[in-house]
Design a binder for this molecule. Structure first.
Ligand SMILES: [Zn+2]
Length: 313
C-alpha cells in the first residue's frame, strides 16, 4: 500500500512537471474573452437598406429606377388602399415588386397609438394576410404608419409574426438596430426637404446633410448600416425630384463594398449570426442556419458555411 502511494505521488509530480513544461513551450491562450464581430455577407462591412412606404402608383417609377441600378428595396403596403385613387392595384403588386421585399404598413394606415388593442391586431394581421395572398410568401415585417409606436402597440403586435417594425425616428448614424420592433432608420431620403413649404434655405441645408451622410457612409471603415426610407410620391409633382433620386442611386449602386439587402434579409442574417454555437474556448463554431455567416476574430475573417461546424484557428 505504502509503495503504491509513493509511486502515485511520483507519477503525479512527474505529470505536473511535464504539463508545466508543455504550458511553457506550447501556450494555448483561451479565446473565450475575445470579441466575435459580425461582418455582412462576403465579409463586407457596409450594408444598405432602401425602404419605401404606402404603395402608391409612383412606386412604378421608383422600382424601375432601382431595377436599372441593380438596387433592392423593401416596400411597405396598405392592403386596403390598393386599388383606390393614387394607389397601385392588387393585380400589379406581385409583378412590380419581384426581387424586392413586400412588407406590411397596416391595412388602412391609421395612427396605431390611438387604437384599441384589438384594432391594432386587426390592422396588422389583415394587412399581412392580404399581402401574403398577393405575393405568395410570408410577410414578416412592417413599418408603423406615421412612424408612430409605443410600448402598448409593440405589446399588441408581439406574437403576430412581425419580426421587425420601422419607425421614422432618424438616427443620422450607421448603427445596427438594437430592437427590431423599434427600428430607427438612418435618414429620410433627401432629409427633411419640403417639410417646411417654400423654405429653400432649409431644403439646401437638409440636402447637404443627406449627401454628407451618404459620402461618409461610402468612406466608413467599421461596420456600417445605411438605412434610407421615404415615399415615392414625394418625388412627383411640382418639386419633381426624380433626377435627384437617380443621382443618389448612381452614387450608391454597383459598389462591391456594399451588401445590398432587403430589411428581412438583414434580420435573417443578424439572427443567423446570433445563433452561431461556439465551443467554450471558441475554437469551434456551428452554424445551424441556411445562411453563410462571416465573422471576425482578432482581425481575422472566417466564413462559417451554412449547416457546418468550423475550426477557428
Ligand atoms: Zn405611410
Amino acid at each position: 500500500m505504502e509503495t503504491n502511494l509513493k509511486i502515485t505521488i511520483v507519477i503525479v509530480a512527474l505529470l505536473t512537471v511535464i504539463n508545466s513544461a508543455n504550458a511553457q513551450t506550447k501556450p494555448t491562450p483561451s479565446k473565450s474573452s475575445i470579441p466575435i464581430e459580425m461582418l455582412f455577407p462576403q465579409g463586407k462591412s457596409k450594408a444598405l437598406i432602401l425602404s419605401f412606404d404606402d404603395g402608391q402608383v409612383a412606386d412604378k417609377h421608383l422600382v424601375k429606377l432601382m431595377n436599372d441600378y441593380g438596387l433592392v428595396g423593401t416596400f411597405h403596403l396598405n392592403s386596403n388602399k390598393l386599388g383606390t385613387k393614387d394607389y397601385l392595384t392588387k393585380e400589379e403588386v406581385k409583378n412590380l415588386y419581384k426581387g424586392h421585399e413586400v412588407s406590411g404598413h397596416t391595412a388602412n394606415h391609421p395612427g396605431l397609438t390611438s387604437l384599441s388593442k384589438i384594432d391594432v391586431i386587426y390592422e396588422v394581421l389583415e394587412d399581412r394576410k392580404e399581402l401574403e395572398r398577393l405575393m405568395d410568401y410570408p410577410v414578416r415585417g412592417m413599418s408603423y404608419p406615421f412612424g408612430n409606436t409605443n410600448d402598448f402597440v409593440i405589446e399588441a403586435i408581439t406574437g403576430l409574426g412581425i419580426e421587425y417594425a420601422r419607425t421614422v425616428g432618424d438616427t443620422y448614424n450607421y448603427g445596427m438596430p438594437t430592437d427590431f420592433l423599434k427600428w430607427q432608420p438612418t435618414i429620410h431620403l433627401f432629409g427633411k426637404t419640403n417639410y417646411i413649404p417654400n423654405d429653400t434655405a432649409n431644403d439646401r441645408r437638409e440636402l447637404g446633410q443627406f449627401y454628407q451622410l451618404t459620402t461618409d457612409f461610402l468612406k466608413a471603415n467599421s461596420l456600417a448600416l445605411f438605412y434610407v426610407w421615404g415615399h415615392s410620391w414625394e418625388y412627383e409633382g411640382p418639386g419633381n425630384k426624380w433626377a435627384e433620386v437617380e443621382k443618389f442611386f448612381k452614387m450608391i449602386s454597383q459598389n462591391p463594398e456594399i451588401y445590398y439587402t432587403t430589411q428581412i434579409g438583414l434580420v435573417d442574417y443578424i439572427n443567423a449570426f446570433k445563433n452561431l454555437k461556439f465551443s467554450v474556448d471558441k475554437d469551434l463554431v456551428t452554424n445551424l442556419s441556411a445562411i453563410n455567416v462571416f465573422i471576425k476574430i482578432n482581425g481575422k475573417v472566417f466564413t462559417v458555411e451554412a449547416g457546418s461546424t468550423k475550426q477557428l484557428n
